[in-house]
Design a protein around this ligand. Sequence first.
Ligand code: ADP
Length: 181
Amino acid sequence: MAPLEVIQGDITTLTVDVIVNAANSSLAGGGGVDGAIHAAAGPTVLEECRGIIDQEGSCATGSSVVTSAGKLPAKWIVHTVGPIWERHGPADSATLLTNCYTSSLDAASYVGATSIAFSAISTGVYGFPKELAAPIAVSTVATWLQENLGDTTLQDVTLVCFDDDNFRVIRQAVNDLKHRT
Ligand code: ADP
């Protein structure tokens, strides 16, 4: 299995092939990690996002699209639309969050990326409880890697935690997974 790493830091600084943005369905930029990524990447990425929306309409929750990464050290940005906890409810939010991780890995693999770094999708303004999102993120990535080993260019997956709480619960989820396998 490709190494699954957990780090604490700012995803915009990472030199990886793909960073995964917690976007909204209109790819319009916003606050949180989305705002940080667009601020660091520069206006070309937002222009690309507008082009995608013009052609394809708004993005479904759980889906992912790829753009270039502008001024970032990454090569591509995968923009994934996380569930809104209050709107989708616990059961659908769990399914949709799984879809975010899976569709992002599919998209990164499709463009031939070897490394990908995820932000903690939906755990900010979208209100997904961090302790529930963490095991979903970890188990979805681990399952995807197992299922796609041999078919994917991806070799390194990093889960990037900005805040202390996510760093704690995501590391815990990785440890729990190690003890189960
Ligand atoms: P969402 O709307 O999907 O909840 P947010 O951007 O509000 O997205 O939050 C998602 C996660 O991104 C939060 O856990 C937040 O701590 C984290 N985050 C915010 N800024 C950054 C950054 N620069 N790098 C990595 N993660 C970040």
